[in-house]
Design a protein around this ligand. Structure first.
Ligand code: NFS
Ligand code: SF4
Length: 649
């Protein structure tokens, strides 16, 4: 059974800025996620194996060599499967509630109650309306937006019909879901159904449970997340390639630093806009600062990077370290991946922690509930607050690591279409052709969080390097993308230098880098659509499961990542996780997810902590798919013959 945990003596991260700040924290005796991880060791084996059940109050129960059943009679299979399903439900809820918030903003805009928000990308609005068969003739954009928002809202509630956005997937994939009867009938009801099924005394068959989990995960990827991405593009613009910088060194020694941290892009959008307000800049100057610097952490960072080119301070494990620089005037937090410890760390500095979501309060943080109709005013207010706090910065305690790296991000499907197709035509054709003739072996998604259980960033960076070296095109989102950005892999020049010869040739010819940053974690829906586009372009089979593609989450930690992993597997993809799901206490559940699943959905999980071995496995999978598509045959036989002939001589 796989074990997890960073071995004693290994560094906390491969990122020098992180190592630097962790030692500063140590000297100042301020606890960080890395210290608290050590204090939790050894972590509970019942928990990691998934065999601890507290779903009713006869328990808690755990499966041990002496007790093979919980008090109610539930065995390890039932208990691990139920626990897993609750994680999928939570992950789906998080992404989808974020999506709902955006739809509500779109609706408000359509009613003229959206404050300074507007429809930035009418093209995307019309495209979505067309796809979902919403009548547009004779209607203005606001009316279409209103209808589209109403339509998206219907996707949350239960209905007789399966979720309409599932139609985004290739037809053959939809047929697989139909046959397996795992089409969700509404996001909210899919989450509720899992909570019901995992209640004490309801669904006990681990196979049936896991299939239920896949159903809910589809409501995440193909519905909630797909809606979140689409509406973000409509309201804030479809991402286009943009240059920026990443890592703690983007914090400015002489400017007012404001960090946006969390997930919902609404307020951070307005902060990005308001930071350019000359009046505010002048105000900052009047207080002795040279200007205003808005930068991001976690997935909100990815959102504002993709659309405004704002710099990224760091990924998940760097949130406390940012405050420890002593140079942050205000950190604005909303929902998801925000550590409660930020309140304690910010108390040690002048940093003001401001929480902005109605549903996510942090005790000891200032609470200002954000409303879209007053978004710009609230953003300006926050910037003013940060400027006023600038004079409280203690120069003696400022320590900004001298680390920052250039990056290029902003690769939406729309952008890739345009880049590949040139000026006259939008198409994925050159990419499909390069895959078919083997210059690109396949495509890999590397996504997900960072986790103190492993050397931070190492898994993401090593895996990406290995894959591009072997001529696999890499798509990224989330903290994984930030990790690779810090290591320089999102600068086209550096990545091209590390790419295999034929991948480099193709990338240079069509003008895309070998590692493409596609956005935040809800934007994993863009990776689903990239796979769908590969299928639609032709020549690589007619289902996602046919494609020479693979996914990986080397350092994941969140329940959201659990849901994401499942919707990729349910979509027919092979997914390598750097450490196991909490299911190892049940051989049956493990085998179902990691082997048998391939004959059910075409996808499956695998756990592999070593990034080089993970790359081997992903490539082996990609080559198997190429063989099945008969795109390897001719060329390689010829090459083999030449080689063997030479060997004979
Ligand atoms: Ni996604 Fe992980 Fe969080 Fe983003 Fe980062 S930790 S599941 S990558 S910020 S959501
Ligand atoms: Fe124990 Fe069963 Fe209750 Fe779980 S549901 S706590 S296994 S009695």
């Amino acid at each position: 059974m796989a074990t997890t945990g960073r071995k004693a003596g290994l560094p906390v991260s491969t990122d020098p800025a992180t190592i630097d700040m962790v030692s500063i924290a140590g000297a100042a005796e301020i606890s960080t996620v890395f210290d608290r991880y050590e204090l939790q060791k050894p972590q509970c084996k019942f928990g990691t194996d998934g065999v601890c059940c507290r779903l009713c109050h006869m328990g808690p129960c755990r499966i041990t060599p002496k007790a093979h059943l919980g008090i109610c009679g539930a065995d390890a299979d039932t208990i691990t499967a139920r626990n897993l399903l609750r994680e999928i439900a939570a992950g789906t809820a998080a992404h989808s509630d974020h999506g709902r918030m955006l739809v509500r903003t779109l609706k408000a805009v359509s009613q003229g109650k959206g404050g300074d928000y507007k429809i930035v990308e009418p093209l995307r609005l019309h495209e979505a309306a067309r796809f979902f068969e919403i009548a547009t003739e004779g209607k203005d954009d606001l009316t279409i937006a209103s209808d589209l928002a109403d339509f998206f809202l219907t996707q949350f509630a239960w209905s007789e019909e399966p979720n309409a956005t599932l139609k985004l997937a290739p037809e053959k994939r939809q047929a697989v879901w139909n046959k397996l009867n795992i089409n969700p009938n509404g996001i909210d009801s899919a989450v509720v159904e899992l909570m019901h099924r995992t209640n004490m005394g309801v669904d006990h068959d681990y196979r049936h449970l896991i299939m239920g989990g896949l159903k809910c995960s589809l409501a995440d990827g193909w519905v909630g997340s797909a809606i979140a991405t689409t509406v973000s593009d409509i309201l804030f613009g479809t991402p286009k390639p943009v240059r920026s910088r990443v890592n703690l060194g983007v914090l400015a020694g002489n400017k007012v630093n404001i960090i946006v941290h969390g997930h919902e892009p609404t307020l951070s959008e307005m902060l990005a806009v308001a930071a350019g307000d000359q009046e505010l800049i002048d105000y900052a100057k009047s207080k002795g600062a040279e200007g205003i610097n808005v930068a991001g952490i976690c997935c909100t960072a990815n959102e504002v990077l993709m659309r405004h080119g704002l710099p990224i301070v760091g990924n998940f494990l760097q949130q406390e370290l940012a405050i420890l620089t002593g140079a942050v005037e205000v950190m604005v937090i909303d929902v998801q991946c925000v550590m409660p410890s930020l309140a304690q760390v910010s108390k040690c500095f002048h940093t003001q922690l401001v929480s902005t979501s109605e549903i996510a309060h942090t005790a000891e943080a200032e609470q200002i509930t954000f409303h879209s109709n007053t978004g710009y005013e609230q953003a300006s207010e926050l910037i003013r607050k940060a400027i006023d706090n600038f004079e409280n910065r203690d120069p003696q305690r400022v320590h900004i690591p001298n680390e920052s790296m250039e990056l290029v991000a902003g690769f939406s499907n729309e952008t890739i279409f345009h880049m590949l197709g040139g000026r006259f035509r939008s198409t994925f054709r050159p990419l499909n052709d390069a895959i078919i003739d083997g210059r690109i072996r396949g495509v890999a998604g590397i996504i997900g969080c960072s986790n103190p259980k492993v050397v931070a960033d190492q898994g993401h960076v090593r895996l990406a390097q290995e894959l591009i070296k072997r001529n696999v095109l890499v798509l990224q989102t989330g903290c994984a993308a930030i990790a690779c950005a810090k290591a320089g892999l999102l600068t086209p020049e550096a990545a091209l230098a590390q790419a295999g010869d034929s991948l480099r040739e193709v990338c240079e010819a069509v003008g895309i880098p070998p590692v493409l940053h596609m956005g935040s974690c809800v934007d994993n829906s863009r990776i689903l659509m990239a796979a769908t586009n590969l299928v639609a372009e032709g020549g690589l089979g007619d289902d996602i499961a046919d494609l020479p593609v693979a996914g990986a989450a080397p350092e994941w930690m969140s329940e959201k990542a659990v849901a994401i992993g499942h919707y990729f597997v349910a979509s027919g993809m092979y997914v390598v996780l750097g450490h196991p799901l909490y299911v190892e206490g049940s051989k049956n559940v493990h085998d179902l997810l990691c082997s048998e699943m391939e004959s059910i959905t075409g996808g499956r999980f695998e756990w592999e902590p070593d990034p080089v071995v993970a790359a081997d496995k992903m490539l082996a999978h990609i080559e198997r798919k190429r063989d099945a598509l008969h795109i390897n045959t001719q060329k390689e036989r010829k090459m083999y013959d030449m080689k063997s002939r030479r060997e004979l001589q």
